[in-house]
Design a protein around this ligand. Sequence first.
Ligand SMILES: [Zn+2]
Length: 411
Amino acid sequence: MKIEYNVNYSIEIRNCKIDHLTDVFKQLFVMVFSDFVKAVLKQFGDDFMKMKKKPFHCLCGNDRNFIWKTKDAKPMKITTIFADLILPQMQVQCKDCGKKMFISRLLLGIERYQKMSTLTERILAFVGGLATFRTSEKILGMVGVSFNRMKVWRCVQKIGKTISFDLDPKQLPYGEADGTGIPIVGIKKRGQELKVFIQKKVGGGVRIAGLAIGKYDSDWAELFAPLRDTIMSFKNFLLVTDGDTSILNGVKCLNVIFQRCLWHIPHQLKYCMWKDGVKKKSANWKKIMGKIFDISAIRPYLEKDDIDAVIQEKRARLDELISFCEKKGYKASTAYLINARPDMFSALEKRLNGKSSSLAERLMKTVNMRVNVGKWSPDGALNAMKLRLAHYYNGWTPYESEITPVNIQRI
Ligand SMILES: [Zn+2]
């Protein structure tokens, strides 16, 4: 449809400075925008009423016989990313049953009783997933309408809930599960853990196949349960995890490897040494750290024949390190290493690349950069992280299609 739209305003301007003009334009823009929407709305309303079969229908089923009741009933506020618009509610009446109905929202593509479109909600949710609620409020306020941070928060919750993850059957039959602590309101320690399930992609990189929130060392079922069905669509699936996979018992194709995350081992050992009273950067501290970094680092792309040799050597060195710690009386460190020993090289032993580290680790940084700002409710954190990770790893954006350019001519 072609509409002619004239802009004609008389504006009192104080001076010619660009900053003042920007200020004026921000105010003018809201008026221009709402006039534009009103004009289009009216024209579409008139056009619809001329159609034999209407693009809307009454509850009684009638979609043909309507009359205008009013084109300007009590105004409604509609929020867009640029401004809040005050628009007229147009009302028609069914000639069959006499029922009246508002059609403005219907024409604008906004759900009944809602103040903004789904796309606007998605955009606000997106901003809230990328930046803190405070920052979102400030930046949005500077360029457009002042969004209260609670509004951004609500959009994050609503849209985050609609995002779900699953395994992609076209990607690799290889997944890793890992968790990271999140700050929860009212709890001093990081009481809950965000559990992430990562699937490796053909040609490199990873995608998110699952996301859940729960207690440390438990609640893994929430993460694994939704994957049961798709996991079976793979002939074989290798799952590397520290978590409890009992929910997946009976899944025939599953080949679970309890692989200690090698990346974590030196860091956890550092903590054990602190408990054992080993002075940081002392000779023994350095000796142990040097050895554990060496043992836990596994070179990628090892040939099958080399793997045995590597494992043998690493096991021998690990045993040496354990007896060293034992001799020095470092109880926590000794216990930690003995506990980690059986599962440290399981992936490698199965002739697979046992480096289960940097992928999850980088992803957790993406999580932490956002989740560490402020405190969360478990669901609040989950929804915000769904948005954030879906965007960074699975290509989610608020826009479901490209913006189509329209033909605009000066007249
Ligand atoms: Zn009717």
